[in-house]
Write a protein that binds this ligand. Structure first.
Ligand SMILES: NC(=O)c1ccc[n+]([C@@H]2O[C@H](COP(=O)([O-])OP(=O)(O)OC[C@H]3O[C@@H](n4cnc5c(N)ncnc54)[C@H](O)[C@@H]3O)[C@@H](O)[C@H]2O)c1
Ligand SMILES: Nc1ncnc2c1ncn2[C@@H]1O[C@H](COP(=O)(O)OP(=O)(O)OP(=O)(O)O)[C@@H](O)[C@H]1O
Length: 498
């Protein structure tokens, strides 16, 4: 696609030919990205299959104890089957995900501007069985009626198209064995947070939590306070961080939404269930009260606990082939975001010019300050500030929200979760553009560079304080003060006498 400013002086036939070439190029790149994604999924499935076979061979007795009939994902919370893609409808009637102990042998997506620059890192080939607690994710076990609704989308017996099974499910986590390993993440530079962490560590030890991990910075701070914290474990290397999903049963965050985003960013692939204690200012996604941590953790570790699968977006920057005289890498980089990826015009005073495609179909050219591509969880963050809709985190969609578009008719869109979006800078764009991932890791984009965004198969399984909708609506009302208005006075006329 060639920008309008270039086209308008050219003879129509030349302009049309150029536009056709650009569209074909974008389509070919889209197709390549989709094939790459399919290839990666295939690799992942094969490795899961291998792990499952090896796991069964190594520990058949343990397997016998797990009386389940169907397994979607082994070892990792994988939300591929919960997406509402037409291709996935066959598998959506499987009612649960099951966690099982697996061999530490998987490929994990890696990202971080500073820590992880490779697309994928092979984790250690460790043939030990992981010591993680086993759990099952089921449809609401309390509500028997839901089990009855667990049938195929289309029944061929009577030809009725039935839509009772939707991807919007209330999922419950049931532990098969007690969780014994937690990773605590703290908001930095907050004395109250560190104090709570110290208290929580001792309490968790009393509860037979044998392994407690923290970040290296936190371990150093705790050791400064008290040398008895020596037993606390930490992830010293990038590799340990990448593999930590395999040894942690529960992730606990003490901070605000930013700490939860930080925790999610450390897990470049599958992530254990996360409990977010509110010690920040807004706390939209951090629903647990820190003063009640004992009661809350006791209940969660006993189970069942409701969880919300907060879907993340997989983002990939594809660089246009060019001679780089700057330090920008020409390799493509990949990111996982819980809230959103935004593209803005940075310091440039020129209007941004972003050509957008959805599954290869031209959508629009965003001319304004930029664009936000957000997950449903991110709908209440930057996207909300730019006028996007507030979306329940379990609605399977991708939000497409412009930032200050210079147009009277540009409205935000919500697209289905199975699409792949592509945002490209025209080769002759006037200004610069910057992509940010959950507000961090800013990357400069140049003419011809593209950003490809799709729903990731690795959600953040966030433990609910009550249940998914209750928590979300409470946050909308109490954190965002949604629709706060003085109640209209009642009519004071005397009621008609009978
Ligand atoms: N104009 C804006 O509103 C704006 C601008 C830039 C970034 N942000 C948001 O800030 C996020 C990064 O958060 P941070 O804490 O690291 O930065 P931060 O410290 O700048 O805080 C951003 C604020 O957004 C809130 N927030 C974050 N995620 C939220 C969510 N999903 N729902 C509701 N509120 C949420 C946080 O509680 C915090 O009050 C980005 O992902 C982006 O969504 C918003
Ligand atoms: N463990 C961590 N390491 C490094 N940075 C972190 C860590 N936890 C949080 N941060 C960063 O610290 C900043 C503030 O954290 P957070 O948002 O949790 O606190 P807050 O702003 O007080 O709370 P709220 O988000 O509720 O307004 C965020 O930008 C976040 O990315």
């Amino acid at each position: 696609m060639v920008s309008n400013c270039t086209l308008h002086n050219m003879p129509t036939a030349v302009a049309k030919a150029l536009e056709d070439v650009a569209v074909k190029k974008a389509l070919a790149q889209d197709e390549a990205a989709q094939w790459k994604h399919k290839y990666e999924l295939e690799l992942l499935r094969n490795s899961q299959l291998e792990r499952s076979i090896a796991s069964r061979a190594l520990d058949s007795s343990r397997q016998d104890n797990l009386s389940v009939t169907s397994v979607i994902s082994e070892g990792d919370i994988d939300a591929t089957e919960f997406r509402s893609s037409p291709q996935n409808t066959q598998t959506r009637s499987n009612g649960y995900l099951q966690y099982k102990e697996t061999i530490q042998n998987s490929k994990v997506l890696s990202y971080s501007p500073d820590l992880f620059n490779n697309l994928y890192l092979d984790t250690q080939l460790d043939s030990k069985i992981s010591e993680k607690a086993s759990f099952t994710l089921t449809l609401d076990p309390v509500d028997e009626r839901r089990k009855e609704q667990n049938h195929d989308l289309v029944s061929f017996d009577d030809g009725d198209i039935n839509a009772e099974v939707r991807s919007n499910k209330q999922i419950a986590l049931v532990w098969n064995s007690s969780p014994a390993s937690v990773f605590i993440l703290l908001k930095p530079n907050a004395a109250a947070v560190q104090q709570l962490c110290e208290e929580m560590v001792w309490w968790l030890r009393e509860q037979n939590v044998t392994k407690i991990y923290v970040e290296p910075r936190v371990k150093a701070e705790l050791m400064e306070e008290n040398a008895d914290f020596e037993f606390i474990q930490t992830c010293e290397t990038e590799k340990q961080l990448v593999t930590i999903n395999k040894s942690v049963d529960l992730v606990i965050t003490l901070g605000g939404d930013g700490t939860m985003l930080w925790a999610a960013s450390l897990f470049k692939g599958p992530m254990p269930p996360l409990v977010a204690f509110s010690m920040g200012s807004l706390g939209f996604m951090t629903k647990f009260q820190s003063s009640m941590y004992r009661e809350s953790l006791q209940a969660i570790m006993k189970g069942p606990a409701y969880i919300t699968l907060r879907h993340r977006l997989h983002c990939q920057i594809i660089r246009h082939d060019r001679e780089t005289d700057d330090n920008t890498s020409s390799e493509s980089a990949e990111y996982l975001v819980l809230n959103e990826v935004s593209i803005d015009r940075g310091m440039s005073s020129a209007l941004s010019n972003l050509e957008c495609f959805c599954d290869g179909h031209f959508v629009t050219i965003v001319q304004g300050d930029g664009l936000i591509i957000s997950s449903p969880s991110g709908s209440t963050a930057y996207s909300l500030a730019a006028g996007g809709s507030v979306v329940h985190p379990q609605v399977p969609g991708i939000l497409f929200t412009p930032i200050c578009p210079h147009s009277l008719s540009f409205r935000p869109l919500i697209l289905p979760d199975y699409v792949t979006l592509r945002v490209q800078l025209p080769l002759n764009c006037r200004g610069q553009a910057w992509a940010s991932f959950d507000g961090k890791g800013r990357q400069q984009l140049w003419g011809g560079d593209a950003l490809i965004v799709r729903m990731s198969e690795w959600p953040v399984p966030a433990v609910c304080e009550k249940e998914s909708s209750g928590d979300f609506l409470r946050s909308v009302r109490e954190s965002l003060h949604w629709n706060r208005r003085n109640i209209q006075l009642a009519d004071e006329r005397p009621s008609p006498s009978h």
